[in-house]
Design a protein around this ligand. Sequence first.
Ligand code: 2DT
Length: 208
Amino acid sequence: MSGRGALIVVEGIDRSGKTTQCAKLVSALLSQGHKVEVMKFPDRTTETGKMIDAYLQRDQTLDDHVVHLLFSANRWEQCSNMLENLHKGVSLIVDRYAYSGAAYTSAKQGFTLDWCKNPDKGLPDPDLVLFLNLSSKEAESRGGYGEEIYEKVEFQKKVHNNFLQLKSKQWKVIDASQSEENVHREMLNNVNSVIENVKGQQIGKLWL
Ligand code: 2DT
């Protein structure tokens, strides 16, 4: 049966394995014959993405509110493209989404989760959020964080707590400390059933 594609988001703190798992998921789905595309936020190639990249690499100082709104704008830029693909029956595997937006900014002083969620309200609502759950300590032990602005264990700990506050009914929490293959299998099982189930369903609006 044809129908719309599923919007699948993969979330987690830095080093939880998102990018590796997204790639494995896409190749497994393609070999099963599904139409699928992978996306990543921030998309560092657009104008907003270049500003975000400069900020993350500490080449440019920006007000924290501005950074937050840039991350959100970077998603809205892709909104019509995402809807078009979903309606064409293409499933999207998205490496980070608005949950990262809210979880990271609200780990900064003076930001509430509620304020952080606002600019992303109305984006396409994911059919499934796979949260790769790993403590900040375990993540750090995977070879240490890099040089970017958020890559500090104390900050990641706050981000992890914030993510858990954003859990909703579409979330599946995956134990990311398992072997790469076990994480993959668990993710693929969840994705396969969601792709089948959403075919006749409308696309919702996030946080509305
Ligand atoms: P990557 O290491 O995955 O490229 O992410 N971030 C991401 C935010 O602060 N807000 C957002 O909306 C998104 C999508 C997480 C780069 C960093 O950007 C953070 C890590």
